[in-house]
Design a protein around this ligand. Structure first.
Ligand code: SF4
Length: 473
């Protein structure tokens, strides 16, 4: 089997199981208010622009089919991409895991002689812990996406794929800027326009004085070697065009065969994510153009457990994700617990199925259970990833991987045996009725089965069984 993401580097594993972290998050009313407000607003906006499109379902089906095709011939497409990027003047690097990718990027930056890099929002670099690796090498990374900058200055962790600082309100952001932003005006207010202007002043100066940039990529077109970054501030475009050297770190699953395929995703992504008809800044570049933009371009292709996900025919759907965050905004669990409870850089429903696969399910065993299986994520996903199916698949994998049988599996084996023996089954039904007399209605099961009834009412056994009713007739 291909290797999973290594331990001790990056941000795919939390320090504590989901229920423990979620319980703490639920006790924070400010966090719940921020999350509720933000997810409700984005959901309403997105729903309105999706309703405008008569062919939304056909677009979803097309997005899903393209991704399935990509997964079926990923090695071939990646080699095609490598050839096209190289022919256009770029340099390809293959990184088996986070350690590899961090080493490659750090060496590339060090070779330029720069001790600072600007970054455009990249989940892949958060996944591998690139900022920490750069720090260790004496290189300062500066996040330039506004929300990422807030997270970085606040010494915080992102909590949403699209809105990493969703857990912060404007008063908290003002306090972070006053505390950590170099050269900030001490009379700064919490007016959103004033906060944006303060960030712009700081970032402009940084853009103009930094010669190396690190970016992520939303898509890579195999047949032309073109990379695409989709963002809404314009800061990304400055990162991609102003420096001398551009280093892009991209997961291997982001490749698409052609521009025609890209067109489908550029319709799906903005409507499902920010609720916009068209994305505000879509930057595309192909290798190096003499005299225009960065004169050195490196593409680091990251595996870090993705080949292991690809090897699982059910699980590989998780690699179809285009990181729109629609599943987060509709998830009743995410809306209340927030992103930090998931431990990984990938929160919400997609995080609950992607992180355990990248790390191996034993390292994120609680995440597949962080769902009520209501199916809202599946309905919202623009590429039709069947997240509930994946959650159940991973739960089964987790149970199968346990050396000692769980209380649940013992109970299920006993139930299967009982149901296989009619006389025993009838006796069990009579015994279950005794619980009515014992007054257990509404109370939980005794240990070791009590975990199952923590969040559920124990149903009251009926006064008459089906067999008794049938016999009477
Ligand atoms: S799983 Fe689907 S809905 Fe969730 S972030 Fe990925 S593409 Fe968007």
């Amino acid at each position: 089997m291909p290797a999973t993401a290594p331990r001790g580097v990056g941000h795919l594993r939390g320090d504590e199981p989901f229920p423990v972290a979620a319980r703490r998050a639920l006790a924070d009313p400010q966090l719940r208010r921020n999350l509720g407000h933000a997810t409700t607003t984005i959901r309403a906006k997105s729903g309105a622009v999706i309703d405008e499109l008569p062919d939304w379902e056909r677009l979803r089906a097309a997005g899903s089919a393209i991704k399935a095709d990509v997964m079926a011939r990923l090695p071939e497409l990646l080699e095609q991409l490598e050839a096209a990027v190289t022919a256009a003047g770029g340099t390809m690097h293959w990184a088996a895991d986070a350690l590899d990718a961090n080493r490659i990027v750090t060496e590339l930056v060090a070779a330029t002689g720069s001790d600072r890099v600007i970054k455009v929002k990249s989940m892949a670099t958060q996944e591998i812990g690139l900022n920490e690796a750069l720090h260790d090498a004496g290189i300062t990374p500066v996040e330039t996406d506004l929300a990422e900058l807030i997270v970085q200055l606040g010494d915080d962790r992102p909590s949403h794929i699209l809105v990493p600082a969703i857990h912060r309100n404007r008063a908290e952001i003002r306090e972070i800027f006053l505390r950590a932003m170099p050269g900030v005006d001490p009379t700064l207010t919490d007016d959103p326009a004033a906060l944006a202007a303060a960030a712009r002043r700081y970032l402009r100066q940084t853009f103009l004085s930094t010669r190396v940039a690190v970016s992520g990529a939303n898509f890579a077109v195999a047949d032309t070697g073109t990379l695409a970054v989709v963002e809404s501030e314009g800061n990304g475009r400055m990162c991609l065009t102003l420096p001398d050297t551009l280093i892009t770190v991209m997961g291997i699953e982001k490749v698409v065969p052609s521009w025609r395929d890209l067109e489908v995703f550029l319709q799906l992504l903005p409507r499902a994510s920010t609720g916009e008809r068209m994305n505000p800044y879509t930057s595309t570049w192909t290798g190096v153009t003499p005299g225009d933009g960065p004169q050195a371009f490196h593409l680091v292709l990251l595996d870090n457990g993705r080949s292991a996900v690809l090897a699982d025919e059910v699980g590989r759907q998780a690699l179809h994700c285009i990181r729109c965050s629609a599943c987060l905004n509709v998830c009743p669990v995410y809306q209340r617990a927030g992103g930090h409870a998931y431990g990984s850089v990938y929160p919400g429903p997609i995080g609950a199925v992607l992180s355990p696969q990248l790390t191996g399910v034993e390292d994120n065993a609680s995440l597949p259970y962080a769902s009520s299986l209501c199916g809202a994520c599946y309905d919202a996903c623009p590429v039709k990833i069947d997240i509930p199916e994946l959650l159940v698949h991973l739960r089964a994998e987790h149970v199968a991987a346990q050396r000692r049988p769980s209380a649940e599996s013992v109970a299920m084996a006993a139930a299967a045996y009982t149901m296989d023996h009619p006389a025993l089954y009838a006796a069990a039904q009579r015994a279950a009725r005794l619980t009515r007399l014992a007054g257990r209605r509404g109370r939980g099961l005794p240990p070791p089965l009590s975990g199952w009834t923590i969040g559920r009412d124990l149903p009251e056994p009926p006064a008459q069984t089906f067999r008794e009713w049938w016999a009477q007739r």
